[in-house]
Design a protein around this ligand. Sequence first.
Ligand code: ZN
Length: 201
Amino acid sequence: MLVIDVQNDFCAGGALAVPEGEAVVPRVNRLAKQFETVVLTQDWHPADHISFAASHPGRQPFESLDLPYGPQVLWPSHCVQGTQGAALHPELDIPHARMILRKGGNRLVDSYSAFLEADRTSRTGLDGYLRSLGITDLYICGLATDFCVAWSAEDARAFGFSATIIEDACRAIDLNGSLAAAWAKLAAAGVGRIGSAALGA
Ligand SMILES: [Zn+2]
């Protein structure tokens, strides 16, 4: 199971709070007990990251900007390395998690995906890690459905894994129809959807 970005800044009171983001925590904790191998991700940016509106004078959060690697949504500054906002949610309780993967550390490139940065060429190394453990099937949950969860699931398929999103263990930002667009792309990529009840949680 991949648990995407269940961090303070994406929960109530955080810098980029996803509506009801914190609601996934108890469900994610229960689900994690069903899986032998759990990997957590952490969005982890330098303070002057290119995805921050504050890094582009005159720009506002949630505008889109064309960068060398493609269009980029500009976000409020969030998940700055070493801050409390970047910390995993304090009630996340997955002591047997095998790895915490930090992404988005390149100042000049964002990384929604746990596998590939937004330039679509720089790898995080997660595909090799999972493959070396013999893992073929991924269940994905966390925040936010339409950005980091969706991009991670789509890339999981591109790297040859089976990918299923645990829908009720995710919450979305839903910016300008981004949630419906994400589900359409995910269906086309062969990403499955399941509820936590079907996994015994
Ligand atoms: Zn980010």
